[in-house]
Design a binder for this molecule. Structure first.
Ligand code: SF4
Length: 285
């Protein structure tokens, strides 16, 4: 059994959160640069150039990429051969993640966006709680992925329980319609996460987890879904929504589809869109 210090986990996660809210990843910057070079619409090219400049300024000045520094979401892959040393005074890994996130937001003066209750809406003051999704696997490694998810993009999420009689074409049309309905609200160019299968609870988790895939251009390893991603990206970029919804051929930078087994009488589908401030990263310990 491998021993892992929670102090180490805490410091690594805190840096991860700070980095993600300030620095766009290299694959995202590359994606924006490539699309800028290929944009036939001058105003779309200008908009992409502004987004790239925004990313450069944020990184140089160490300020957030966007005023909405998002809700904090962790996806944890936890090996079952790990023993945590509670050397940071917390009760365990969950508390460590929550504290690392809170400290990162407070020390970097990131906006705190979480409210205590959906109807009474009092800000919690420290961006807590972070959402933590757990997956367990054999071995002694710990992988913690983080996404800072803005409210504008999250609001454009959609879930539908299709019947198994629906074709792939009908589902693809619904995904494209979802992006069209979202328009400029999720601050395009977006990354589109799609979940297919599972059940009502897990399909939206799949869609969000799909956003974590790196590098951005990586296709689903199953050629069936890899082909679907390619078709969807082409159709979405043919809608004319464009960067920031101002028109052009760059509405999305990538579409990632994740599929899972489901009941034979069901076909759940979910879409979770992320904005151009695609603040995703991970640490492996
Ligand atoms: S959707 Fe993204 S880019 Fe737009 S305001 Fe929210 S966090 Fe910022």
């Amino acid at each position: 059994m491998r021993r892992l210090s929670l102090s180490l986990v805490e410091s690594q996660v805190k840096s991860l959160v700070e980095r993600c809210c300030v620095d766009l990843s290299a694959d995202l910057l590359d994606g924006l640069e490539k699309r800028r070079g290929g944009e036939p619409c001058p105003w779309a090219e200008n908009t992409l150039a502004s987004l790239l400049e925004n990313a450069r300024v944020a990184s140089r000045e160490r300020i957030p990429l966007c005023q909405d520094t998002g809700m904090a979401v962790f996806f944890v892959l936890l090996g079952d051969d790990l023993l945590f040393e509670r050397d940071n005074g917390t009760k365990g890994l969950e508390e460590t993640l929550q504290r690392a996130m809170r400290d990162a937001y407070r020390e970097s003066s990131f906006r705190t966006s979480m409210v205590m209750d959906p109807l009474r809406r009092k800000n919690t003051g420290d961006n807590s709680p972070a959402f933590v999704h757990w997956e367990f696997l054999p071995g002694d490694s710990l992988t913690i992925s983080f996404i800072a998810k803005g409210g504008g993009a999250e609001n454009m999420s959609r879930l539908k329980m299709f019947t198994p009689a629906c074709s792939a074409e009908e589902i693809e049309a619904w995904i494209v319609e979802t992006v069209v309905q979202a328009g400029s609200n999720p601050c395009p160019p977006t990354v589109v996460g799609v979940g297919l299968g599972g059940n009502f609870d897990t399909v939206s988790w799949l869609a969000k987890r799909a956003l974590l895939r790196t590098p951005l251009e990586a296709a689903n390893l199953d050629p069936f879904y890899g082909g679907m991603e390619e078709r969807l990206l082409k159709k979405i970029n043919g809608t004319g929504i464009g960067p920031q919804g101002l028109g052009g051929e760059t509405t999305s930078l990538a579409v990632h589809v994740e599929a899972a087994p489901c009941h034979m009488a069901t076909l759940p589908a979910a879409v979770n869109i992320n904005c151009h401030a695609h603040r995703v990263g991970r640490v492996v310990l």
